[in-house]
Design a protein. Structure first.
Length: 270
């Protein structure tokens, strides 16, 4: 499986049909997102001076990016948008996540080497695999690692800085990929959309996912219907990166058509 390069954080580029050149607003909004990832907060006045535009123009930019779920507007500027706390997400759509997890677990062949992503749906998948002792599991999620290890399968836990989500992230992990082959990578997602593909909240975790995707033969996305047509700030890749989407509802049009065009197998868990 090949992971193709995509546009930078947020990937909000708009391209002229005739010239193929990004417009000024696209470039400005992309730069705003890059700055926000570095500083965690941006100011309308400072951005207006930096780009040589009016404060009203910057406020329109921030409003568009807020509506797209890529930042959170506050008085005088914007801050980085954070994912809801793990505990609160774990208690939502429990039955749907369990049904998705059961289907995903059936895709894992005996003796497989499997990458498991962070997130509550992937933790549910780990719980379904906990009775297995024949797997090699690679993950940066402490939740998944501990759950799978209880069954006796071998677990490779990626090192790095421990996040509030109890996942590990490290630039060293990304710069020095594992010498391992993954038969399957099981991913969660923050959003799934036609124009941005697979998106997430956190840039450091996206880099870990990108590294793991490059090691895997097949990529399975486990996502409930609440992720359909949602767009988060950090782009992993387009829809055709996915081999199988396991979800709890048939995707709506036109996303369903886009997934079919990308040759994605959609499996609806019941």
């Amino acid at each position: 499986m090949k992971l193709e390069a995509v546009a930078g954080p947020g990937s909000v580029a708009r391209v002229s049909q005739e010239s193929g050149v990004e417009d000024a607003r696209s470039v400005r909004q992309r730069d705003i997102l890059k700055t926000l990832q570095q500083t965690r907060q941006v100011d309308v006045t400072a951005l207006a001076q930096r780009f040589g535009v009016s404060g009203m123009t910057i406020r329109r930019d921030l409003a568009e990016l807020d509506e797209a779920g890529q930042l959170q507007r506050v008085h005088g500027g914007a801050i980085i948008r954070r994912a809801p706390a793990y505990g609160s997400r774990a208690s939502t759509r429990v039955a749907e996540k369990a049904a998705i997890a059961r289907v995903v677990a059936r895709l894992v062949e005996p003796g497989a080497a499997v990458g498991i992503d962070t997130g509550t749906t992937c933790h549910a998948v780990a719980a379904e695999l906990a009775h297995r002792s024949d797997l090699t599991v690679v993950t940066n999620s402490l939740h998944a690692a501990i759950t799978v290890r209880e069954g006796g399968s071998r677990v490779i836990l990626l090192g790095g800085l421990l996040t509030p989500e109890l996942s590990t992230v490290s630039p060293g992990t990304v710069q020095e990929p594992l010498q391992v082959h993954l038969d399957l990578l099981i991913l969660s997602c923050g959003g799934l959309s036609i124009d941005r593909g697979i998106t997430f909240f956190d840039p450091a975790e996206v880099e870990v996912r990108r590294m793991l995707a490059g090691l895997a033969d097949r990529l399975v996305v486990a996502a409930d219907h609440s992720k359909f047509d949602h767009k988060k700030a950090m782009v992993l890749g387009p829809l055709d990166l996915i081999d199988v989407l396991v979800t709890d509802h048939t995707p709506p049009e036109p996303l369903r058509t886009a997934l079919a065009a990308a040759d994605v197998e959609v499996v609806v868990a019941s």
